[in-house]
Design a protein around this ligand. Structure first.
Ligand code: GAR
Length: 188
């Protein structure tokens, strides 16, 4: 079994799709849900699905390796960032080389970097009057949104689009592709 930890800060709609996708999978298991927000909806989802959960705290995350020990106790092989907004510290990147992926709701390298997340990304895409947006799935390194790109796909935009409609189009792509791309990476 490949054991995945999903890190998420909020709503958890991608986490849900990933959990659904791998339910009863023969060789992949969602083994842990990690969040930096104790009230995140993704933690209720973990309870519903009876998946162990871990709430992490900033100082411990950046100044100690206690959570690395937790991940090791859960025998985690692979980490998926699904709407997780903290930078991953180098001790984790080093321990999981090319074994951490993130999803970003735009076509990197455009509209990425610190502070570019969620609705802020769609607002920036809209303000720039882009003709397309999309999703980027990439490996994680010590910089925000800069690891090697694994997968991108696009949606077209026109003048009737709004930040909200862009968000909806992009989220649909995320739900459709993220679980499959994770599976391809894990099984290759
Ligand atoms: C997703 O759209 C994801 O791409 C984005 O947060 C959302 C989480 O939604 N991540 C970033 O912006 C990272 N820079 P969800 O909680 O419903 O899965």
């Amino acid at each position: 079994m490949k054991r995945i930890a999903i890190f998420a800060s909020g709503r958890g709609s991608n986490a849900k799709k990933i959990i659904d996708h791998f339910e009863s999978h023969p060789t992949v298991e969602i083994s842990l849900i990690v969040s930096n927000k104790s009230k995140a909806a993704v933690l209720s989802l973990a309870d519903d699905r009876q998946i162990p959960k871990l709430v992490i705290e900033r100082q411990q995350f950046y100044q100690t390796k206690v959570y690395l020990a937790d991940l090791q106790n859960y025998k985690i092989d692979f980490i998926v960032l699904a709407g997780f907004l903290w930078l991953i510290p180098s001790y984790l990147v080093d321990h999981f080389p090319n074994k951490i992926v993130n999803i970003h709701p735009a076509l990197l390298p455009k509209f990425g970097g610190k502070g570019m997340y969620g609705s802020k990304v769609h607002q920036a895409v809209w303000e720039a009057q882009e003709k397309e947006s999309g999703i980027t799935i990439h490996y994680v390194n010590e910089e925000y949104d800069e690891g090697a790109i694994v997968f991108q796909t696009k949606c077209t935009l026109d003048e009737t689009d709004t930040p909200d409609s862009i968000a909806k189009k992009v989220l649909q792509l995320e739900h459709r592709y993220f679980p499959k791309v994770i599976e391809e990476i894990l099984l290759k």
